[in-house]
Write a protein that binds this ligand. Sequence first.
Ligand code: SAM
Length: 245
Amino acid sequence: MDHEEIRAVSDILRRGLEEYGLAGRVSPRAVQDLSIYCQMLLDKNREMNLTAITDPVDAANLHMLDCAALLNCADFEHKSLIDVGTGAGFPGMVLKILVPSLDVTLLDSLNKRLDWLAEVAGALELTGVHTVHGRAEEAGLDRLLRERFDFATARAVADLRVLSELCLPFVKVGGRFLAMKSTGSDEEIEGARAAIQTLGGRVERSFDYTIPGTDVIHRVVVVEKTAPTPTNYPRRWAKIQKAPL
Ligand code: SAM
């Protein structure tokens, strides 16, 4: 990204956060760090497959501001969060940059992306960023990760029925699983209700938002963890796929 593009991205982020009503909650340093992250993403994307988006303005809108919308769904200050299938850090890294007191675990089955995310955390001098290389359905059985987090997030990873089995085991009772979805997800949500209940959760609400600077409307499905997940979940991947809850 050249100077002009960096300035354009910073302006878009600043204005977008204002539009979300978040200006007072996010420091100027965080906006700057988010611009640097955007720049690092597009630079690295030339050699490693991180995102299909190559335009800086689109990356600022459709990645950074899309993920920033979560700040209007929950209070992340001094909380812990696991981002399941984080890829290039969405939404986990965006949330960490915007809320530095958040303790973030970025989980993915692709190690190369996690190595790059650790580089980003180093460059931005962020502490409290952990990476876990592995499959969610295996990591969810690990005592050190199971029911340890205030929040689990996921964007563009799987259908909500499957995703709930991957994500809810990580969440403490009383915590929330935040699934980033499109507004066309009514049926998907209905189809996942029974699975969510089996896994110890309850759909609390859906939160629709328009990404500033675009006419794209997205949705966050907020799932409350109301009871411990039965110990037989998550199951093996073949089983989850073959017989979704
Ligand atoms: N969340 C990011 C985003 O919104 O851009 C990445 C989405 S990408 C389409 C899906 C990511 O989930 C990939 O990085 C993939 O490696 C990871 N993934 C898919 N299934 C997974 C699993 N069972 N356990 C861990 N990671 C998984």
